[in-house]
Design a protein around this ligand. Structure first.
Ligand code: HEC
Ligand code: HEC
Ligand code: HEC
Length: 431
């Protein structure tokens, strides 16, 4: 479909905008990425541009979204489930028919910058061109050189199964007019080269905001609240959907205030650092993308993140002495051995657990991830020699909804932590 907005005959602009907004909300409001394998295929990096492009493609984590479980590298077909149907990622191998082998450089740059396919049809923002538009021409050209070097695949992903009118790509024009203004990354002269490199990677290829920035009621990233915490829905094996908070990663007290540059760098590069170990959807970001970047680039991202102004999204709660006591008892029995009675945790390498004082997961305004980490085994995919801690087992079978809520509130109301009330209903929703 390639209807232009101005030739749409079925309603007023107003109605189109409303439908487009709804569509966008459904599509971007939480896409679901099935757990799948990382790309194994390695392109022989003969040309410099190809090697550079491969590195940049890792920074952009193309593989997490374009290589499906059991599929060849980058041939697409990863399903993104939305309330209004399913969107499949495309084949971006150099096959001339099924992939992007026949695309010109200009067409590729336009897709990455403006979210338009080769024919000029609007692409859905599940594809994070809302971040990729910050990427430089030179880097996009290198990425294309890499994509053209991978083995071509004739695989055709299934057609999107979106219901009418959500299958009308033209409606995205209205959404883009409201919320999307492609602009190349603008370096800040008063900041160091390292800071600028970090900002470029976090806001551009790294697309951290896709998950960590909250979205407004029309499904667009709310830039005033950038990186202060978003919601991410993940499809787990078996098809079930699990809701996660992508926590506040600004310098707010409920964000990364307690983390040093080294803590952030270690976490991104290895999945474990002085403050936390990765689990859930962040595992794939670490293994498919961050782990493959140079120490210099990782440090630059950490330096930039340490400078992101605090955007506090969590509130303080006071617990009655009775509820505090109930929480403390549960904590002492089930948690204190690893996280310590003080909540300060143990040092990485001790195989016990990270600090809960100042933890972004504990204090997140939306408690979904905190509840998940208590209910389910927090399994990291980080290989053993690099791990600071063992996995934490799940307490879902041991504790009922009320007990999990009591524990969560205890963690949020203790040790100077923030975080509003968690109810048994909140816990039930995560089961
Ligand atoms: C968060 C998931 C995600 C990430 C990360 C991602 N893509 Fe995509 N991409 C998609 C989806 C989904 C589509 C299909 C969108 C549609 O049909 O409207 C797509 C479409 C595209 C298209 C348009 C292809 C066509 O035939 O129209 C190109 C080109 C592309 N992606 C390249 C890349 C590159 C290069 C990277 C890494 C730098 C990347 N993508 C990372 C999800 C993603
Ligand atoms: C696919 C969605 C997604 C993307 C993309 C993403 N994150 Fe996350 N991130 C999450 C979720 C969900 C959590 C909470 C689960 C966890 O802590 O492992 C999280 C947690 C974190 C944490 C805190 C961990 C903790 O335990 O306190 C940091 C730091 C972080 N992400 C940094 C980043 C950076 C930097 C980027 C961009 C390079 C990024 N994330 C991209 C989903 C995402
Ligand atoms: C056997 C040791 C152990 C026990 C017991 C334990 N944990 Fe953990 N916990 C861990 C480890 C290890 C991690 C880091 C996750 C990873 O690396 O996979 C963790 C992570 C967490 C996090 C995420 C912190 C962050 O900022 O990323 C929270 C919250 C948490 N645990 C709460 C609890 C609660 C509540 C209990 C009791 C019901 C508990 N833990 C019991 C070891 C433990």
């Amino acid at each position: 479909m390639n209807h232009r907005l101005d030739s749409h005959r079925h309603g007023s602009l107003d109605r189109i905008i409303r439908v487009a907004a709804l569509l966008a909300l459904c599509i971007t409001g939480g896409h679901l990425v099935p757990v799948h394998a990382q790309t194994g295929a390695a392109a022989p990096a003969a040309a410099n541009a190809v090697a550079r492009g491969r590195y940049l493609a890792d920074a952009g984590n193309c593989a997490s979204c374009h290589t499906r479980e059991g599929g060849a590298a980058l041939e697409g077909g990863v399903a993104f489930e939305t309330d209004f149907g399913t969107i499949y990622s495309t084949n971006i191998t150099p096959d001339r028919g099924a992939g992007i082998g026949a695309w010109t450089e200009a067409q590729f740059i336009r897709a990455m910058r403006e979210g338009l396919d080769a024919e000029g049809n609007h692409l859905y923002p599940v594809f994070p061109y809302t971040s990729f538009n910050k990427v430089s021409n030179a880097d996009l050209t290198a990425i294309l050189a890499y994509l053209k070097s991978v083995p071509p695949s004739k695989y055709a992903p299934p057609a999107n199964a979106l219901r009418f009118p959500y299958n009308q790509r033209a409606l995205m024009a209205a959404w883009k007019a409201l919320f999307f203004e492609p602009a190349p990354f603008a370096p800040q002269r008063n900041q160091s080269a390292e800071w600028n490199r970090g900002a470029y990677l976090v806001e551009g290829l790294g697309h951290c905001g896709t998950c960590h920035t909250p979205r407004n009621f029309l499904g667009a990233e709310d830039n005033d609240e950038a990186l202060s915490g978003g919601v991410y829905r993940d499809k787990i094996p078996g098809g079930e959907i699990r809701r996660w908070t992508a926590v506040n990663i600004t310098q707010a007290a409920s964000g990364l205030k307690a983390w040093s540059v080294k803590d952030i760098a270690d976490y991104l590069k290895t999945g474990h650092g002085g403050r936390a170990g990765s689990f859930g959807p962040m595992n794939e970001v670490v293994t498919n993308s961050m782990m493959r970047l140079t120490d210099g680039d990782i440090r630059a991202m950490a330096v930039y993140l340490k400078s992101v102004p605090p955007r506090e999204s969590s509130s303080k709660q006071t617990l009655s002495a009775e509820r505090l006591n109930a929480g403390e008892t549960l904590y002492t029995i089930h948690c204190g051995t690893c996280h310590l009675p003080t909540g300060l945790g143990s040092t990485p390498g001790s195989e016990l657990g990270p600090p809960l004082v100042g933890s972004a997961v504990v204090q997140a305004a939306d408690p979904a991830t905190l509840i998940n980490v208590i209910l389910y085994e927090s399994k990291t995919v980080v290989p053993a020699p690099q791990r600071a801690w063992n996995d934490m087992k799940g307490f879902g079978d041991l504790l009922d909804d009320d007990e999990v809520a009591t524990l969560a509130n205890y963690l949020r109301a203790s040790w100077g932590n923030l975080g509003g009330e968690v109810t048994a209903e909140d816990v039930a929703k995560q089961r």
